[in-house]
Ligand binder design. Structure first.
Ligand SMILES: NC(=O)c1ccc[n+]([C@@H]2O[C@H](COP(=O)([O-])OP(=O)(O)OC[C@H]3O[C@@H](n4cnc5c(N)ncnc54)[C@H](O)[C@@H]3O)[C@@H](O)[C@H]2O)c1
Length: 288
């Protein structure tokens, strides 16, 4: 018996990283999965998005744990695409009970004046809201929505201090998610539908392992004209958390996603949960 037997989970950004990990973990507990990913690059982001092959790998890994999955290419910025993907999944599985609004970007290239800010807001905040908007007509008593925020939005001087408008948008979008959850959870609660957010510290994925973030963790090297490497950043990452780790793993987030998705947490709603190895005990808090 799995904790999610008979449930259906809709997961955005499931082509790799945390989204793939959630898909596999929830499937291993019996959920059927509807997975979406953009599967193409975004010009304001300096690292590549998941590819169609990455999304196919998610399908393989879900099936390897005995799960069923419908995987569709869709952009969370486009509500019509997202709805079409969800409809495909509902045609197969009949309903949706669990929602993981997980897709996110750190867009550090201003191709035009504030292009990074616009893409950051569109994916990191509007994308989460679009996800909620397309599932809303299908949600029934017992449903659980989980949005992925970030400690970057809850602490001061994180991505917003990186000198690019997309970093400002990233922190602002994740901060808005905090208030979004508190506001909307109250409206959903009388329907026995739950809404919570997880705010992870750094997670071992492509969003963390890219040159922009390496540079933000090693301003000393940038100041002397150098280009920080992963090895340079690895020396600085542990300073973020008082617990002795450089970052958490996608599976650490999936464990909390599973708890929030399952009936074990049936009366937990409206929470913004820090999953941060104590990072926010050290940093200057921007919102609480
Ligand atoms: N990695 C970290 O350090 C970290 C820390 C805190 C929060 N987060 C958040 O965790 C979530 C998952 O990111 P990750 O760490 O797995 O990074 P990732 O880059 O590996 O995964 C993000 C996924 O989202 C997809 N995606 C991006 N834009 C999309 C769009 N418009 N439509 C559909 N799919 C889209 C990408 O293709 C990719 O597969 C994001 O919301 C991110 O902001 C990450």
């Amino acid at each position: 018996m799995g904790k999610l037997d008979g449930k259906v989970a809709f997961i955005t950004g499931a082509g790799r990283g945390q989204g793939r990990s959630h898909a596999v973990r929830l499937a291993s507990e019996g959920a059927n999965i509807i997975a979406v990913d953009i599967c193409e690059d975004i010009p304001t982001v300096n690292y590549e998005m998941a590819s169609p092959e990455d999304l196919a790998q998610t399908v393989k890994e879900v099936e390897a744990v005995g799960g069923r999955i419908v995987a569709v290419k869709a952009d969370v910025r486009d509500r019509d695409q997202l709805k079409a993907a969800l409809d495909q999944g509902i045609a197969e599985f009949g309903k949706v009970d669990v929602v993981c609004a997980n897709a996110g970007i750190l867009p550090m290239k201003d191709t035009t004046l504030i292009a990074g800010f616009i893409d950051g807001m569109d994916v990191d905040f509007v994308g989460a809201h679009n996800t909620v908007a397309v599932v809303a007509p299908h949600l029934q008593s017992g449903a659980s929505i989980i949005i992925t925020g970030s400690t970057a939005g809850l602490m001061k001087n994180t991505t917003e201090a990186m000198g690019k408008t997309g970093g400002v948008a990233y922190a602002f979008a994740k901060r808005l998610i905090f208030q979004y959850v508190e506001t909307l959870a109250l409206q959903l609660a009388p329907h026995n539908i739950r809404l919570n957010a997880i705010h992870p510290t750094n997670v071992n994925t492509r969003l963390l392992h890219n040159d922009d973030l390496y540079a933000s963790f090693r301003p000393d090297i940038v100041a002397s004209g150098g280009k920080p490497t992963k090895e340079d950043a690895m020396l600085a990452f542990p300073h973020m958390q008082p617990m002795p780790i450089p970052y958490i793993e996608p599976g650490d987030v999936s464990a909390l996603v599973l708890f929030l998705a399952s009936d074990d947490s049936r009366y937990i709603t409206g929470l913004n949960i820090r999953l941060d190895a104590g990072a926010m005990l050290k940093g200057e808090i921007a919102i609480s």
